[in-house]
Design a protein around this ligand. Sequence first.
Ligand code: BTN
Length: 264
Amino acid sequence: MSQTRFADVRRFESIDSTNRYLLDEARAGAPEGVVAVADHQTAGRGRLGRSWEAPSGANLLLSVLLRPAIGPGERHLTTTTVALAALDAIGVVDPRAVTDVSIKWPNDLVESSGRKLAGVLAESDLVSAAAADGLPPPVVVGIGINVNWPATDADLPPELAGLAVSLCQMIGAPVDREALLAALLGALEPRVGDLDSVEGRARLAGDMASHCSTIGTRVRVDLPDGSFEGTATAISPEGHLVVTTGETTRTVAAGDVVHLRPGS
Ligand code: BTN
C-alpha cells in the first residue's frame, strides 16, 4: 500500500462524514491521495442530499482526496474510477461474488437482483479550491460498501427492505474489511492514473460500459428540469449514458437513473 499515492490513511472511530473531513483538508491544501476511513459516521452523506447509514464497525466507509488535472466536463469520471476500483477490489477478495456485481450508472454497485451493494459520492469545492496555490482543484470521492451489514434481510429498516445487500450475504460468510480496504487502495492506483491521459479516460469509460447493468435496461432519468423514460443503449466514450426514447437519442452527463422493470 505504501508505494501507492494512497499511503496517508487517516482512521476515525467516529466522525460526522469522511467526505466532509477531506473537503476541509482539501481547502487547507492537503495533497492528492489522503484517505479517510471511518468505523462509524454520524452524518454520512449520500447522493441527492440523502443520508448514508451503517452500524459501527460493519461496513467500509471511506473517502479519497483526488486532484486530477482534468476539466470540469470530465470530473464525473472520478466517480467511475472509484466504482471500478471497488469492483476490482471485490474481485480480489472474492472472485466468485464479483461475477454477480455490476455498476448501475452512474455510481452504484448492485448485485444481479438490483439490490444496492455500494454507493459513490463525489464532491468538490471549486470556489475555495482556487485558494490552494498551484494545486489542481480537489474532488473528494467517498464510497460506502455494505460489507458485513446487513447480515440478513431482517437487519434492514423497512424503507430499505429488498433494496440493499451486503458482501457477507452474497458470500455467505463475514468479510475482512481490512483486506477489502487494502485491495481497494491497491486498485485505485492504476484507475486514478488513468484519469491523467486521453487513453486512460477512454479505458475508464470502456470498462464502465462492460460492467454497466444499466445498458439494455428500460430507465427513467431524473434531471433537475424533469424526467424522461427510454432504453439505455450505451456508455459514450466520455462516460455519459446514452438513452434512446424511440424518436430521439439523448446523452446524459449527470442525473439519477431508475431501472424500470416491465410494467413499472
Ligand atoms: C450514495 O448515495 O449512493 C452515495 C453514498 C456515499 C456514502 C459514502 S460513506 C463514506 C463517504 N462519506 C460520506 O459522508 N459519504 C460517503
